[in-house]
Ligand binder design. Structure first.
Ligand SMILES: Cc1ncc(COP(=O)(O)O)c(C=O)c1O
Length: 388
């Protein structure tokens, strides 16, 4: 039985998968079972931030696995304390909570927002504004938060208390941000929604209104965070710092982690027994995360992310088939004029390039460490397919 047959026999079919079995990876190249190489313009889905098997990352992770792989959250480990310090200092937050995924990080932020409001104002101020076309995760609560009807099927009843506002519609925001609302939650760049950056004036208004009404701001930076947009947090591109920021995907370089960062004012909302996670803060993930933070914090690294993003954009825009290029830094959406994004991704796979889609766009989330040579190779394939 082939790997694919065996997998499909035993694993629930919740994903549409490509017929590709990846066996190993090195740098920015993945290798399949037959030894064929693929340049990776997807990094998982933005998770392998340092590419495959980055030496410092492997060393950190292996050293930690040899030392202590897990302990319950009734005890402390130094690697967790070191990671938390480094992350809070890098991101400019006072405190954080440890989970294992983006959805968990968002669940935590939602719980903090509701409890912050409950503790201060009592019942009835529990609604959270999220944006149309957002994506916040696959748990029932984060699906409910997600502002896309396509996700609101089958699993009824969904979690109550989410109000959708149209992205970039200031009037809609003003009309719906009433005294039942405890938080506004948003992605600076809607990733799954088609790599759509919010407009500066809309973001400004979110922060202005929330400050005025003591409503918390929650930035879901699960996809945009950890250097992806050329700043450590995408919020830095907009000059804003949310009360709560969630991170996951690229944070530990490809092993599970999810965190909710908090500013001082809501950093003590969670008290013993109000939230938890058995695996949250896994020491191996923390060790991987420390290696990622060290690299991302190194001199000039984030500027390079911006420059590479700009380089890719300029090259893509030379194609007559490209209608527009969206996103910030190395988070890139390519809107096509006539071709189908899914067809391009499949054709690229045959030619040895891994791509992603987001809605009707081709999406690129290459490893942050990608070289110009690798970018050129990948772009040759993309442009070849688009211009043929
Ligand atoms: C912005 C955003 N939030 C949350 C999630 C959910 O993350 P996870 O799949 O790790 O639960 C994703 C995943 O794509 C995401 O892009």
């Amino acid at each position: 039985m082939s790997t694919i047959e065996q997998f499909n026999k035993y694993v629930m079919p919740s994903y549409g998968r490509y017929a590709l079995v990846l066996d190993k990876g090195e740098g920015r190249q993945a290798v399949d079972e037959d030894g064929k190489q693929y340049i990776d313009f997807g990094s998982g889905i933005g998770t392998n931030s340092l590419g495959y098997c980055n030496e410092d990352w492997v060393e950190a992770v292996c050293e930690q696995a040899h030392k202590i792989q897990h302990t319950s959250n009734y005890y402390y480990t130094k690697v967790q304390a070191d990671f938390a310090k480094s992350l809070c200092e890098t991101a400019g937050y006072t405190d954080m909570f440890f989970g294992n995924s983006g959805a968990e990080a968002n669940e935590c932020a939602i719980k903090i927002a509701r409890k912050y409001s409950f503790d201060k104002y009592g019942k009835g101020r529990h609604n959270i504004i999220t944006l149309v076309n957002s994506f916040h995760g696959r748990t029932l609560c984060t699906l409910s938060a997600t502002g896309q009807d396509v996700f609101h099927n089958y699993f009824f009843p969904f979690v109550d208390g989410f109000i959708n506002v149209e992205a970039n519609n200031i009037d809609d925001l003003r009309a719906k941000l009433d005294d039942t609302v405890c938080a506004v939650m948003f992605e600076y760049v809607q990733g799954e929604g088609g790599v759509m950056a919010l407009q500066q004036d809309f973001v400004d208004e979110i922060f202005r209104l929330c400050a005025e009404k003591d409503v918390l701001t929650i930035a879901d930076e699960v996809q945009t965070g950890v250097g992806r947009t050329g700043k450590f947090l995408a919020g830095d591109n907009f000059g804003h710092k949310s009360d709560l920021t969630t991170l996951a995907k690229g944070l530990a370089g490809g092993i599970p982690i999810g965190v909710c960062l908090s500013v001082d004012k809501c950093s003590r909302v969670l008290t013993p027994g109000t939230h938890g996670s058995t695996f949250g803060g896994n020491p191996i993930s923390c060790a991987g995360g420390l290696a990622v933070l060290k690299k991302v914090n190194s001199e000039g690294f984030l500027d390079e992310v911006s420059k590479k993003g700009q380089y890719i954009r300029e090259k893509l825009l030379t194609s007559p088939e490209v209608a527009s290029v969206s996103g910030i830094g190395l988070m890139i959406g390519i809107e096509l004029k006539t071709k189908n994004a899914g067809d391009i991704v499949k054709a690229a796979l045959d030619k040895g390039l891994l791509l992603l889609t987001a809605k009707s766009k081709v999406r690129l989330l290459p490893p942050l460490t990608i070289t110009y040579e690798e970018i050129d190779k990948g772009l040759d394939i993309i442009l070849g397919l688009l211009n043929s």
